[in-house]
Design a protein around this ligand. Sequence first.
Ligand code: ZN
Length: 510
Amino acid sequence: MSRAAVILLAFAACSTPDPRIPARDGPLVIDVRYPTVGTRVPAVESVAVWGTLGTGRAKLMVNTAEVTVEANGTFAAFLPVPPGLSPSLRFVARRSRDSVVHSIALDRGTRPSTPTTGAAARDDGPQAWNRWVTMQRLPSDTADSATQWRPIYARFRPGGEVALGIAQGIRLFSDARTAQAMRLVLAADQRVWIPRVDADTLTRPRARILRAGAPTVTNITSSDEMLIAVPLPERLPSVVELSGDRLLWTIFGAQWGRRPAAVDGDGSTIRRIVPSDSAAGQVVIDLGLASLPLGWRVEWHAGALQLRVRRRASPSKSLAGLIVAIDPGHPPDGTTGPSRLMEDSVTLAVSAVAAAQLRALGATVLLTRTNGHPLSLEARAVVAEQSPAHVFVSLHLNAPGPGRPPSAVYGTQTFWMNANGRALAQLLLVEVAKAMGQPAIGMYQGEFAVLRPAWAAAVLVEGTGIVVPEREAFLRTPEGVEAYARGVVRGIERWHRMSSTRAIPARPDR
Ligand SMILES: [Zn+2]
């Protein structure tokens, strides 16, 4: 082995401490935030490790690897999982003649988890059953009123990807069930799954296919909305999907009496509204877009299903009139940094600073929480779905997923779900990374409960990795909190100045 290779290996095993981290010399401890005893490492070769020794003057060995200890005593490393069915990590910390030892047993996950007994636990695959059911959530015992309002999210397979939200109260035919889930027939060739607990099975039958009346269009200038209403005998499930420069609204279980004529839209957001297909027990309303709407949602009102489409305000430098909802991520849950900095306390502080800056620029700001009390995802999502906010931003701090090193989250990531959040996700990625002086890792389409509603432009921001010692130390300073907040504010400002026609996806050839 060459001398250079030896030096390289030594560097890989133990890099130098980060000079930006202030020194701390408290009592010698081994305080490991991750992994904990019993952390499952079923199919990973290495595991992320972070925590603190309480002093920057100590040395740390984990099994046979020397781990860099920062000036404040924190560490974050990516270490091999030892071979064998019961691997464990042995931490040895030393400061002059002092030493502490701590072992953490990991779970290889090869043994079956607690054996399940009894019929309730068995699931032998779908069984036919034919009955009418009503979408209905059990009242929550957590006094969470949000649960009573939110739709039930149906999936393409039990526990799989979300297909659409179905409002509570809708009656549907169910043709199959498993122990935990039931399958719903939306139209002849459209079936989705919901948890069995989310429907009341004592329901009167109705006609399989209902007759839909011609859509009417109302322009509501006061709220910058267009309202497309389809008369129906009762509420049916529907889904709104963006496809190129068209918004397709599909209502399941309906057919036109006679296919209605196309009608003109407002010209600025919607060019033309074309009632198309009513094949296979579903009708499609095809909205040709002139620009990307701010958002949309479907409601049941006065014997009609209504699609409300929100227009974007014209580009403006001033934030006057803009309503921004900020969601300080967690509690419950959340990540803890190496020296015990909690994700939820930072997101709360960042949100308060961002809210003050946005208000100073003229915006109205709503916060999902203003104190440390836990708030359910359901309740947060209701703000995204029901508040008048034009922008919904959920703020978080990152930790690596299983088998990924702490360095993988050094930088900013943003997530969008519905197409109306994409441009905002791009701008927040660039601005938060720039303000915090770190890489922009990337933006992704991801399914998060708070991003499901398409009513506002909604984005989830992972500001940086709280598990990275230097980033955690930065977030402990007012400058770190201010930098994250400033990036969020700049991203929103740039989005507000952007023309809505620029946000529309390319028109596909037809
Ligand atoms: Zn989080």
